[in-house]
Design a protein around this ligand. Sequence first.
Ligand SMILES: [Zn+2]
Ligand SMILES: [Zn+2]
Length: 852
Amino acid sequence: MPPRHSLPEALLTTLSTTRGRSDRLTHTEHLPARRARYAPWPDWIRPEISASAQAMGVRQPWAHQAEAMNLAKSGQSVVIATGTASGKSLGYLGPVLSDLLDGTEARNGRGATALYLAPTKALAADQRRRAAELAPPRVRAALYDGDTPPEEREWVRQYASYVLTNPDMLHRGILPAHARWSSFLKTLRYVVVDECHGYRGVFGSHVAQVLRRLRRICARYGSSPVFLLASATTADPAVTARRLTGLPAEAVTEDASPRGPMVFGLWEPPLTENVGENGAPVRRTATAEAAHLLTDLVERETRTVVFVRSRRAAELVALQTQDQLGRPLADRVAAYRGGYLADERRALERELHSGRLLGLASTSALELGVDVSGLDAVLMAGYPGTRASLWQQAGRAGREAQGALAVLIARDDPLDTYLVHHPEALFATPVEATVLDPDNPHVLAPHLCAAAAELPLTDPDLELFGPSAAPLLPVLERRGLLRRRGDAWYWTRRERAADAVDLRGSGGSPVQIVEAPTGRLLGTVDASAAHTTVHTGAVHLHQGRSYLVRDFDLENSVALVEPADPPYTTSARDITSISVLSTDTTVDWGEGRLSFGSVEVVNQVVGYLRKRISTGEIMGESKLDLPPRTLRTRAVWWSVTEDQLLDADIPPDQLPGAAHAAEHASIGLLPLFATCDRWDIGGVSVPLHPDTGLPTVFVYDGHPGGAGFAERGFRRAAQWLTATREAIAACECERGCPSCVQSPKCGNGNDPLDKAAAVRLLDVLLAGAPEAAAEPGRGGEAGRDRGADGDRPSGHPGRPSPTQAADGAGEAARAAEAARAAERAGTPEGKPGEEPGPDGPTGEGDGPPGAS
Ligand SMILES: [Zn+2]
Ligand SMILES: [Zn+2]
């Protein structure tokens, strides 16, 4: 009998050798089967728990589960960062449920309690079921979220020993009412933070401050819970866990769960005859390529799911595949996406399971709480943004012993281009870390207010909230939000402090999109993206339909649209300037320099282009009269000297195109190192910047006060810019295309861009990069820090820094931001919209404006 994985391998060979596709498979990775490693049940586990687990088929825990259990039981906070389906929940449920069961023997039946936090209600509900399966009913597990009826809430507070909720509810419902939760909090033994890699960027920074508030309240009631975090596989999970909770955490990363063999192909669609902006060649889209491959797989009766990034793409892939297949096979392919009714989805899942359906094109909605697994093949039309999502998607194929096929099809952008040519970035040690910045004063300020409202803030509390807290308090006092009396700070307002901040808000009130003829509200767009996406004259896509913006009413935050089907798309033109407010850290890279600090970005949308859909040809340009907007944020920037330009053979007329091209590609590649989207960050390149006196390229966070992404770029700069250089050099186009240096959100119409000079520019910069930085996280970091991020006492890397120690400018600039942050207190903030379309929410310039 041939080895089991021969089938997927044969399939991949067939796909890549037929129909003239010989150049498209860039890499084949054989992921061998992994044997399970078991460990004995810890002897302190309550026999009721291990017996239930055994009844469910878990005879012994896997080694990593036992390791996590023992660490937790010893009182050590721990983060379990292992793959999909590696049983992370048993790792924390073992100690949690054992202790809760012990607690039921207390006189009041509740001698120990635990809190579970999930990013979604669905996950919390799923976990409640799990807890109920493992523990006897006297361990009372209960959901506490927005759907919990008021009469039930009182019961949960008084009697539940395991409360499952989400960070929003903790922030708004539990902490402000802590007195009513006192008996629960007094005995709080564990806090479980599930799917903690989801707490990233601004949202993650908010959650980090909510957890600090929780720790402070617990301390007041005399408890000091152990934090148990579950994460997807990322770089530096212990560092992330520490940033999130403020506590040191032990990382468990050796996955001991079994895995079937997998053949993983990396695939690059071919260049087409079409030309795009400035005559650039255009690749076949990942979705069109996916439809071709799906057609072949369905013809071979291979059960396959294609993951795409938008609802529209799901429909397109299904339609195109059906067309190519013809009857009767066409009936065995369908689309599956968020927005379908639950019944429709269940029906599709059943049909896929039974084999009636062979091909499904799905948005990533399939990942959430739905158990579709054991497929023969998974196609991914575009890198799903993070390694965690990639493995979640690939993991849908062949979970059992049989082999499976997974194929990542590159989209036409620099990150995907890089990945399909650098398999080590996907299959070796992860370089992408979950990034957040809890010290952002815009994030911190409202939480200090909320904390003061919960219990007056005292000086010893400040350490908990990090180094930005102390300078913020006087600012909040001047704003009339806090008042100092004796040695404590008090909340002075009548309204609830917690209502001033929405953890998932992105700042500013969202713009409403209203259909003019009917008055129907179609949706909203973030204030920060509105100028570029819904300006008067813009073509706006909504659920696959196209609209024209008739009027953008700035004052009332309303865009009036009407259905229209023009033969063009629009793209905004803007002017962006950037100035350095303060420099936290500077590193010499030979003659060049790399810096990190605070900047002010001023952006003005001045017009838009109309581009013919079929050819990309520019049909015309219109002017717009919109006010400039200012964003104060954090940035990483690098500059080179005149001599370096001479060495690189870059004459003055090539410099703007070289810097601009390098900037675009570097924005595209940062998501490989930080859990951001290219739409979360922006960039500016300047041939002679007044603040540095040199040619300088900036990449900044698109959120007021920053989100940690630029900082991560600074810390991994050598790797990041090396990858940027590789992505540009690897692209087979001659003079630049969307796969390398063109950006879909360029405010300058992707002009000028000089691909070849960009490579030379990066080469001359990287020649001076310190060796140590090329091996980050191994004690390198250009020798700036005392060890890894997690070892710093303040928990905030980069500060204090040499520059800042001299003049304190870094913290001062951040503290000044508090004023702006505080100003937003009481302003309801925007909700995130639905999942981004194929290209996410449109930014501008080379980045998200995120204007204040
Ligand atoms: Zn290219
Ligand atoms: Zn640009």
